[in-house]
Ligand binder design. Structure first.
Ligand code: NAD
Length: 396
């Protein structure tokens, strides 16, 4: 067992820090700061510009907080000005509410700037498909920030499944359980308001908010596409206009059955994203609240637990995402940093007209984002039609 990574298992260095801009994420926002932290921790980005809020005063104040060189109060103006500068931003992060993603992404892509967009990619399937087309036409990078699949142990899980260690996959179960919506909304949590507003959120709430993470995780680990789903939406917490809970029966390629369960009203659960995959030879289980461990059980054999660190059964694709030796915990911050590392490598290569070695990177793409939007839409369709089966495979 080794305490350090070998050269083959390290990501290649980039030649300089890339210039990064942000839309959203200023004072009072939930996730923008986390993006900025991931970018800093990756050591491959420098935050230089931003339109950090829809409120001009907060945008200006937040730009000062973040020590940005150029602060804007309008993302359109930011896209135009940055594109015209010789040292303008090389990518933009979009961490605004869901229904704004499409127009903001479009504004930057049309100016030739690569995009890193939060999930869900959009609120409507047609908009997601338009971004897929725009990405294809421009050849720019569009990454979607599903950070959980940048945990080393999720990469380990994926490689075990793809290598056939589980045998034929026979069932897939994912869940994402929280409890913050059990009680009436905390007035300090501004995002709670738009998350339950059908005018802004679209046709689903918790399914959009955390269901998309579970959906992506299942696809990422198994490599299988979900083809059908059958959903029931419920309000299990304090009364609210949209679902805080969804029970989804799922079916993947090859007829593989499964379940996807999300709730924000299960007391005692914080961010309980978990996956269990069972094949005819073995099964695996991963829990994002204990992200350093991956349970792997061969049928009729003693239990194996892979522990995050160098060597001892870790595959290269997972080791690349590891910095600290075993015993010094790595967690979600490191997963965000890994995501920003992969975005930086992809974007620098594109800008230099170089290709990235096959299999080196595995960040969520615009197609992954669009698949998530289709999944949410299919769940809403299914629920509204009386929980009937609905096609949820996106034809791209
Ligand atoms: N990847 C993850 O793990 C994760 C976690 C939480 C939230 N999210 C996603 O991130 C997004 C933001 O969520 P949040 O909870 O941080 O929301 P929030 O309401 O807390 O913050 C949104 C921010 O966007 C700003 N904004 C809105 N419109 C803008 C505009 N036109 N120009 C500039 N800024 C604008 C707001 O002023 C605010 O700063 C959502 O899409 C959400 O689904 C992702």
């Amino acid at each position: 067992m080794s305490l350090v990574a070998s050269d083959e298992t390290r990501f290649p260095p980039i030649t300089r820090r890339l210039r990064l801009g942000f839309v959203g994420g200023g004072r009072g926002a939930l996730i923008g700061q986390v993006h900025a932290m991931g970018a800093r921790l990756s050591n491959r980005w420098q935050a230089v510009a931003g339109a950090l809020s829809s409120d001009p005063e907060i945008a200006l104040a937040s730009g000062r907080d973040w020590l940005l060189e150029r602060v804007y109060t309008d993302y359109d103006e930011m896209a135009q000005r940055e594109a015209a500068l010789a040292d303008g931003i090389e990518a933009v992060v979009i961490s605004t509410p869901n229904w704004t993603h499409k127009n903001i992404a479009e504004a930057f892509l049309k100016k030739g700037i690569d995009v890193i967009c939060d999930k869900p990619l959009t609120t409507m399937v047609e908009d997601a498909l338009e971004l897929v087309r725009l990405q294809r036409d421009t050849g720019l990078i569009v990454g979607v920030t599903y950070p959980y699949t940048s945990h080393a142990m999720v990469r380990q899980a994926r490689e075990l499944v793809l290598a056939g260690e589980l045998g034929r996959v026979r069932q897939i179960h994912v869940e994402y359980m929280q409890d913050w919506a059990t009680e009436p909304d905390d007035p300090n949590f501004k995002g709670a308001r738009w998350r339950r507003d059908p005018q802004r959120m679209g046709r689903a709430s918790a399914t959009n908010d955390i269901g998309t993470h579970a959906f992506h995780l299942a696809h990422f680990v198994t490599g299988l596409e979900m083809v059908e789903c059958r959903a029931e939406f419920h309000v299990c917490g304090a009364p609210k206009a949209m679902e805080d809970t969804a029970f989804v029966q799922t079916r993947y390629e090859g007829g593989v059955p499964g379940t996807l369960w999300v709730t924000q009203a299960a007391p005692g659960n914080y961010c309980g994203l978990r996956i269990r995959v069972y094949g005819d030879k073995a099964g695996l289980e991963w829990d994002q609240e204990k992200p350093e461990f991956l349970r792997f059980n061969r049928l009729n054999q003693p239990e194996t637990v892979f522990v995050r660190g160098h060597g001892a059964g870790m595959v290269t694709q997972a080791e690349r995402l590891i910095t600290l030796p075993r015993g010094h915990p790595e967690a979600l911050s490191d997963a965000w940093a890994n995501l920003y590392t992969e975005f930086a490598i992809a974007i620098e290569a594109r800008r230099n007209g170089k290709s990235v070695p096959a299999g080196l990177l595995n960040y969520p793409s615009v197609a992954d984002g669009a698949r998530g939007v289709k999944f949410v839409d299919a769940c809403a369709d299914s629920h509204e039609a009386g929980s009937v089966w609905r096609d949820c495979k996106l034809v791209i």
